[in-house]
Design a protein around this ligand. Structure first.
Ligand code: NAP
Length: 506
């Protein structure tokens, strides 16, 4: 064991004060902190920071000193001798551990390391920022020969399959039972990074401030959102697949539900460029279900063993349940989301609703409305797409030029026009809004330009947040078989959106 707190915060700043502040912030979350001395701007700044640390070493913390040279992917420009001098000073200042990369250790006589750094405990590390050797076990064996106290292997992964190979390192043990730290790097590997502790890795790194390696998860996310240190082998894994996926709010929504109900499950964002690579990882990662977003909502249908009839009719799946034997079953909860968000506000049966747009979301809206007995009108910039959708649900096409003269019970925007960062745009003009209610599927921002125009005309509005919450809580219920803790999930999403909106205003 390296430390009791297995989430290791990474403090990395250019000046001593910044580093000190990061250390203080890190200690509020975890008592294990790696100090990246190589990020400090030079020898003087390293000395200044270590002098401060020596004066006030945090008592309960396990500190790991790293001064990685540029040759090994770090920022330190000095010689190996200088690197060792800094590491020795760090040990005297309160660090119990130091990390020494193979590029340096292989050039140092072991006796020298013993004399200079003998009082500290060593993590022998190897980093592969581009290509990594096929046989990572051999790398672990080579590192083990240096007789370190722990071994760390960080490897760039361009697929989930490769991330799983890196994780497997953590499951195996070396002959000497030396703890292993497995670090899958890269944006595709982010879920594996979070799952590393569950697989037996001795640590999982997370930056306090700037990212220090590709595909990192911030400290707050690692601890608060994913609870990486509480994941056990029996923890169920869920996720959302898409490309891009970085801005998905689904992890916030779903994890809030699991936490509120004390369910041993975690929900992770999977950046999926290659659907087959993801599907092959379902069994080894123990994935019990997943959400599907753009661009995979249609493509996933080909890989399902079975599908809910409504999802098949819509031609898109946003929810998959993994059943016994790895069988995949698909649903569409966008459809449920529309019904819950809209059905609460107006009686749908017998109403007349206009859908603006004819893409994937418009299809879910159209089927939901038609199924509830509304008369569906479709208006889209491509006449052919509008006609096909209207025909599919027994509705009619309404030309754009007729909007100023027609009246609807509801107008639904199913285009991305008005979405952040182009939030000053509206898909329709004020004069085209002749209706009782406007429902904008967009949820960034929460109040769109279209909703503002509607409100000025005294028209009731519904935000896309309502649909997002409704489709997401329906997914949660499908996966868990329990009633979703709606308030906790809503609060988490609204808090995240408020935070984002504040950042945008800054
Ligand atoms: P999509 O499949 O790409 O369809 C977009 C539709 O908008 C297409 O009909 C497209 O027309 C049309 N469009 C795009 N730009 C336009 C413009 N400048 N003027 C007029 N029409 C335009 O996307 P989607 O999956 O349906 O998503 C649509 C919106 O719904 C997105 O903003 C998405 O974030 C939102 N959404 C929200 C939720 C939720 O839970 N709240 C769920 C799903 C989707 P062309 O075919 O001619 O390009």
């Amino acid at each position: 064991m390296i430390a009791k707190d297995k989430i290791c915060a990474v403090a990395a700043a250019a000046d001593a004060l910044g580093m000190w502040k990061q250390l203080a912030r890190a200690l509020r979350v975890t008592q294990t902190v790696e100090l990246r001395l190589d990020w400090l701007s030079g020898d003087e700044e390293i000395d200044r920071f270590l002098a401060r640390l020596a004066k006030r070493p945090p008592r309960r913390a396990t500190l790991i000193a790293t001064c990685r040279r540029r040759e090994a992917g770090g920022k330190f420009r000095g010689t190996i001798a200088r690197q060792l001098v800094h590491l020795a000073a760090a040990l005297r200042s309160g660090c119990a551990w130091y990390d020494l990369e193979i590029e340096s250790s292989s050039l140092c006589p072991p006796e020298l390391l013993d004399v200079l750094l003998g009082e500290g405990r060593r993590i022998a590390s190897a980093h592969f920022f581009q290509r990594s050797p096929k046989n990572l076990r051999r790398v672990a064996a080579d590192l083990g020969r240096e007789n370190p106290d722990a071994i760390k292997i960080a490897a760039q992964c361009d697929s989930l399959a490769r991330s799983i190979e890196v994780l497997r390192l953590a499951r195996g043990r070396t002959a000497s039972r030396t703890p292993i730290v497995a670090v899958p790097m890269g944006d595709v590997a982010l879920p594996a990074r979070v799952l590393a502790l569950r697989e037996g890795s001795a640590l999982a790194y997370a930056p306090v401030g700037n990212s220090t390696a590709p595909g990192q998860v911030t400290l707050d996310e690692m601890k608060g959102l994913y609870r990486a240190d509480q994941l056990r082998r029996k923890t169920r894994v869920y996720g959302v697949i898409g490309n891009p996926i970085g801005h998905s709010l689904s992890p916030v929504l779903q994890n809030a539900g699991f936490q509120a109900r004390h369910i041993a499950a975690v929900f992770l964002p999977f950046l999926v460029r290659d659907l087959r690579d993801f599907l092959r990882s379902v069994e080894p990662l123990g994935i019990a279900g997943f959400s599907v977003t753009l661009p995979h909502k249609q493509a996933i249908l080909r890989h399902l063993d079975d599908c809910d009839p409504m999802a098949a009719a819509i031609g898109a799946v946003n929810t998959v349940v993994v059943r016994g034997g790895g069988k995949l079953y698909g649903y569409n909860t966008d459809y449920v989301g529309v019904l819950r968000a809209l059905g609460r506000r107006i009686p749908l049966r017998g109403s007349r609703a206009l859908i603006f747009g004819a893409g994937g979301a418009a299809r879910a809206v159209a089927y939901a409305l038609a199924e509830s007995g509304a008369s569906v009108c479709v208006c889209a910039r491509r006449a052919k797409a509008a006609k096909a959708l209207a025909r599919a649900v027994g509705g009619e096409v309404v030309e754009r030029s007729r909007l100023q003269r027609e009246f609807f019970d509801a107008i639904i925007n199913a285009t991305p026009v008005g979405m952040h960062p182009a939030a000053d745009r509206s898909p329709l003009s004020a004069r085209e809004l002749n209706c009782r209610l406007v429902f904008d599927l967009i949820y960034r921002p929460r109040v769109t330009k279209l909703m503002q125009l509607a409100a000025l005309r005294g028209i009731e509005t519904v935000s896309g947040v309502e649909m997002f919450l409704a489709q997401g809580t329906a997914q949660w219920e499908i996966w868990t078989g329990e009633r979703a803790p709606l308030e906790a999930m809503r609060r988490a999403v609204l808090r995240a959106l408020t935070r984002e909106e504040k950042m945008v205003r800054r």
